[in-house]
Design a protein around this ligand. Sequence first.
Ligand SMILES: [Zn+2]
Length: 278
Amino acid sequence: MINDCLPRYYETHGDDPKFSILQTFVVLSHEVAWMEYIGSVLCDITDRSREGEKYVGRELYCECDFKEGVGWQIDPEHGVVSIGEPQKCRHRKSVVRRRHKELRKEFLRQFKRPIKNHIPEIILALIEKVKTGEFIEDGSGASFWGGYFYLQTVASITKQSMSDIWKIAEGMIAEKKISLEGAVVTPYRKSPRAKWVESFRFQIDKNGWTVIASIPAHRQMKQVWNFKIVRADGKKIRHNIPELTLVFDPDFGPDVEDVARAEKVLNDYLAITLWKML
Ligand SMILES: [Zn+2]
């Protein structure tokens, strides 16, 4: 149990932040818990001299995080180091699934079926839940990006496809109800102008027709590939290359896997349509 691990954890990590269990789930005698941590800012890297100020947060943890030899260990050279990947713990994943099922039931009671007609209301209801500190998803990614939760969580709770959830989220952005940072739902903020960054290009034929593939320049744009076909004189050619969503965050350029998928889509498209266009 987590509370059995905490004394040794504090002894080695110090007791700032301090953790307390708000909600506990025990799966096959492995404890997963929705916890609150309270700490004080030791060193303010943002230079706003907030040292000593309190910070509070809530997150999902499990025994894996606190147990010596599982989540951390003492390295003779480096002292206390994190090991393993607690977020991959299968008990923890099953608790998240169980929670999503519970939320789905709650929303089904609240809204008329089918649930897919109520996604915007559900997204707004989930935002309220996050604001009051309820357990919605695992990980701190969403709060890191200044938001509430990932669209993947909405897809999991409502059992809808990610592409449907994206479409609905775009509608909510147009209505100024939310914004997105990648796939993270955030409070509405006026988004910067869409801008594309070229990732790769290749010439299709000897006449100089070229395909240019670009990725979004910031996270408030739809996370998809942008394909352009231009003639040698730079004139754009109309095309209907299927839309392709980026699987990985392109913050530091596109992932190799995303590039491979883009190349496949382009090659398939060109193989079929090139003879019609030339
Ligand atoms: Zn675990």
